[in-house]
Design a protein around this ligand. Structure first.
Ligand SMILES: Nc1ncnc2c1ncn2[C@@H]1O[C@H](COP(=O)(O)OP(=O)(O)OP(=O)(O)O)[C@@H](O)[C@H]1O
Ligand SMILES: [Mg+2]
Length: 297
C-alpha cells in the first residue's frame, strides 16, 4: 500500500498549497535556472522538505539529499558533500539538500560555513529545520531564510478532498475532526485519514483523537503550573485507557515545556515509556511520569 503523503507530495509549485510569496520567489529562481542558498524553517509537516525536493526536481541539477538527523557530523561533509561538489557534472548546478539541519552538530555547522563558500561556484545548499535558533548565525547569514507558514485549514480541507477524490472514494465526509485535531501538521492529517479508511469510508477512531486532545490538555496544564491533583483529574476525565501517544506528544514539545531541562525531561520520558509496556495500570505509570516531569518546571 502506497503512503498518501508520498503519493500526493507536490511535485510542482502549482500543486504546492499556500505560501504564495515564497512560491513567487521560487518561481523566479526556477525561471533563472539557479537558486541562492536557501533555509526553510517552520513547524512539522507543513511542506519544508516538499519544497526543497520540488525545487531540485524542477531544476536541471545534480542532487545530493542528506537527512541530517541520521548524518549529523563533519564526516558527512568530508566524505559526501565535498566530493559531490567537486565532481564533474553535465548539469547546470548542483544542489545539496540538508534536511532537518537543526540536528547538525555545531562543529559541523561551523565547518559548513567554509564549505558553502568554497563550493559556491558549482553548488547551492537548501537547509530545512524546525528550530531556526539551532542553526548558527553565520550559516543563517549565508542563506536566504524563509519561514514556511502552514496553509489555511480550508486549503488543507481542499487538499484532502482532492486526495479522497483521486482515490475513488464515494460519498465520503471530509474528516473535519482530524483536521481540527492535527492542524497544522498536514503529514499527520493525511496519514490519519488514510489510516481511518475502512471499506472505502473514512471511519474516525475517537480514541486516537481523544489522546491528542489529552496531550493538549496536559501540555496546557504544565504551562499553567497545574498541581498534581489537577493533572490526575485531567487523566481521569479523559476516559482514556491507553496513553502511548502521550510520550511522543510531550517529547515533541519538550523544549517549549522544559527549556534547558529538555535533556532531563527526555530521560524521564524514555524511562517511563519503557516501563509503560510492563505495567497493568497504565494511568498510574503516566501519573508518575507527569509528577516527575512537574519537578523540572
Ligand atoms: N504546502 C503543502 N502543499 C501540499 N501538500 C503538503 C504541503 N505541506 C505538506 N504537504 C503534505 O504533507 C507531507 C509532509 O510534508 P513535508 O515532508 O514537506 O513536511 P516538513 O515541513 O518537511 O515536516 P518536518 O518538519 O516534520 O520535516 C507531504 O508529503 C505532503 O503530502
Ligand atoms: Mg521535513
Amino acid at each position: 500500500m502506497e503512503l498518501w503523503v508520498e503519493k500526493y507530495r507536490p511535485q510542482t509549485l502549482e500543486e504546492y498549497v499556500g505560501n504564495e510569496t515564497i512560491k513567487n520567489k521560487i518561481a523566479d529562481y526556477l525561471k533563472q535556472g539557479s537558486i541562492q542558498n536557501l533555509l526553510f524553517h517552520g513547524v512539522a509537516g507543513t511542506g519544508k522538505t516538499t519544497l526543497a525536493k520540488l525545487i531540485a526536481k524542477n531544476l536541471n541539477c545534480d542532487l545530493l539529499y542528506i537527512n541530517a538527523s541520521d548524518e549529523r557530523g563533519i564526516d558527512t561533509i568530508r566524505d559526501k558533500i565535498i566530493p559531490f561538489a567537486s565532481s564533474m557534472s553535465f548539469n547546470d548546478v548542483k544542489i545539496v539538500i540538508l534536511d532537518e539541519a537543526d540536528y547538525i552538530t555545531p562543529q559541523a555547522q561551523a565547518t559548513l560555513r567554509n564549505t558553502i563558500e568554497s563550493c559556491s561556484a558549482t553548488t547551492r545548499f537548501i537547509f530545512t529545520c524546525n528550530y531556526l535558533e539551532r542553526i548558527i548565525s553565520p550559516l543563517q547569514s549565508r542563506c536566504q531564510t524563509f519561514e514556511i507558514t502552514p496553509p489555511s485549514k480550508e486549503e488543507v480541507f481542499k487538499k484532502l478532498e482532492f486526495i479522497l477524490d483521486e482515490e475513488g472514494m464515494l460519498d465520503y465526509v471530509i474528516p473535519i475532526e482530524i483536521i481540527n485535531t492535527y492542524y497544522p501538521d498536514i503529514r499527520k492529517i493525511i496519514n490519519t485519514t488514510q489510516g481511518s479508511i475502512v471499506d472505502g469510508q473514512v471511519k474516525i477512531d475517537d480514541n486516537s483523537l481523544k489522546n491528542t486532545q489529552l496531550g493538549d490538555l496536559v501540555v496546557n496544564a504544565f504551562i499553567n503550573s497545574a498541581t498534581l491533583t489537577e493533572i490526575r483529574q485531567i487523566l481521569a476525565d479523559s476516559g482514556a485507557r491507553e496513553f502511548d501517544d502521550l510520550f511522543k506528544y510531550i517529547y515533541d514539545r519538550s523544549l517549549a515545556m522544559f527549556g534547558d531541562k529538555e535533556g532531563e525531561a527526555i530521560l524521564i520520558i524514555a524511562k517511563y515509556q519503557y516501563e509503560y509496556t510492563f505495567v497493568l495500570e497504565k494511568e498510574i505509570c503516566i501519573a508518575a511520569m507527569l509528577n516527575k516531569l512537574r519537578n523540572l518546571c
